[in-house]
Design a protein around this ligand. Structure first.
Ligand code: ADP
Length: 361
């Protein structure tokens, strides 16, 4: 756990960039600092590893006051990832990843073997180890940056806009991979972003800051979306706040309708032109189709992305319904087997009720 207690940072020129900030970043969770440019996010992050010294207040790492801990020992417990990865240009990828293990005088062979495993973990082929940073794309460099931060297996990670410098498609991939890795490693992470969508997607806990490093709100994404503390937070969340909130509403209480399902090329007992759900031999839905002449032919399929009844969100359900040619989302059980379908109008009606309930809670 990382704990800020009444932390203030005032620069010599009188700028207060962090004002009396107290919060807890819980163990094994992702805490995201978010807010507009200049609101003190990076200053807050850098005070954790003492790249910046606070003017007053305390910062505790696992209960230890970081101002009273030996800086080098303290930094060994913290992986640090920055925008543009910040790799050493004249060193190979593997030497970049091993930077901290080399400093710690770890055995070189075992450090390098672990570095190769880490490259794989972050989704890079081991053969990239011998390349130089300039021979990698921006997204690949960012992956190496994450591998480097993980190399000494630190319990804490600080990440400053780690995915901002890459294009939106790569960013989405990196975010998904990062969540997968964190699912296994459960590091205590503090991340900075100016992108509220990224904060809502990655954060277990979100800390919204406003100008002057003033705390605007702390909460889970669902709490902040349902009940923004003030107009500043509501404006920052933007107009798609309601739509975002659908990500956090589960659909398990909904009752799907049993739209007819068929297997390919098998005779069907529905009128021609009615939409049916096509399932494979294991009852897993693969597509929507329309019957013609009493059968469903392979050339009439529209692929579908089914939504899990146990874990799916209203957002997934609504996306699936709106992008389906039948205007309905296909719902499956925990084993991926067909349960039924839900139409977009029914989804919207229940989403409105679910969100209203969340706001009352
Ligand atoms: P953010 O990461 O949210 O964009 P920063 O933490 O970088 O914000 O900066 C917060 C405020 O502190 C800004 O107003 C910035 O201009 C100011 N600031 C940052 N570094 C210094 C410095 N070395 N001297 C004076 N002011 C600074």
């Amino acid at each position: 756990m990382i704990e800020f207690i009444d932390v203030v940072k005032t620069y010599d020129n009188g700028t207060t960039s962090v004002a009396d900030l107290s919060f807890v970043a819980p163990t094994g969770k992702i805490t995201v600092l978010v807010g507009p440019s200049g609101c003190g996010k990076t200053t807050t992050l850098r005070m954790v590893n003492r790249l910046i010294e606070q003017t007053s207040g305390s910062i505790l790492l696992g209960g230890e006051d970081n101002a009273k801990t030996d800086t080098i020992r303290m930094r060994r417990k913290i992986g640090y990832v920055i925008q543009n990865a910040g790799l050493f240009p004249h060193q190979t990828v593997i030497d970049n990843v091993c930077a901290v293990p080399y400093l710690n005088k770890s055995d070189k062979r075992s450090a390098q073997a672990r570095a190769l495993d880490l490259l794989e973990l972050v989704g890079l082929d081991r053969s990239y180890g011998s390349r130089y940073p300039w021979q990698l794309s921006g997204g690949q460099q960012q992956r190496v940056g994450v591998a480097r931060a993980l190399a000494a297996d630190p319990p804490y990670m600080l990440m400053d806009e780690p995915f901002s410098a890459v294009d939106p498609i790569v960013r989405k991939q990196l975010q998904a991979e990062f969540l997968r890795i964190q699912g296994d490693l459960a590091k205590t992470i503090v991340m900075v972003t100016h992108d509220i969508d990224e904060a809502l997607k990655l954060g277990d806990r979100i800390i919204v800051l406003k100008e002057g490093g003033v705390l605007a709100q702390i909460g889970s994404p669902a709490e902040i979306l349902a009940n923004p503390a003030d107009q500043f937070v509501a404006d920052f969340l933007g107009e798609s706040r309601g739509y975002h909130a659908l990500n956090f509403e589960r659909i398990s209480s909904l009752d799907p309708e049993r739209t007819p399902s068929v297997q390919l090329e098998a005779p069907v007992a529905v009128r021609d032109d009615a939409w049916v759900v096509v399932c494979d031999a294991l009852e897993k839905p693969v597509a929507w189709a329309r019957a013609e002449g009493g059968i469903v032919a392979t050339d009439r399929l529209s692929p579908t992305t089914p939504v899990s009844h146990d874990h799916g969100s209203y957002r997934e359900l609504l996306d699936a319904a709106l992008s389906s040619p039948a205007g309905r989302a296909v719902v499956v059980d925990g084993g991926g087997r067909y349960i039924g379908t839900l139409g977009s109008d029914a989804v919207i009606r229940s989403a409105v009720d679910a969100l209203a309930e969340e706001r009352r809670a």
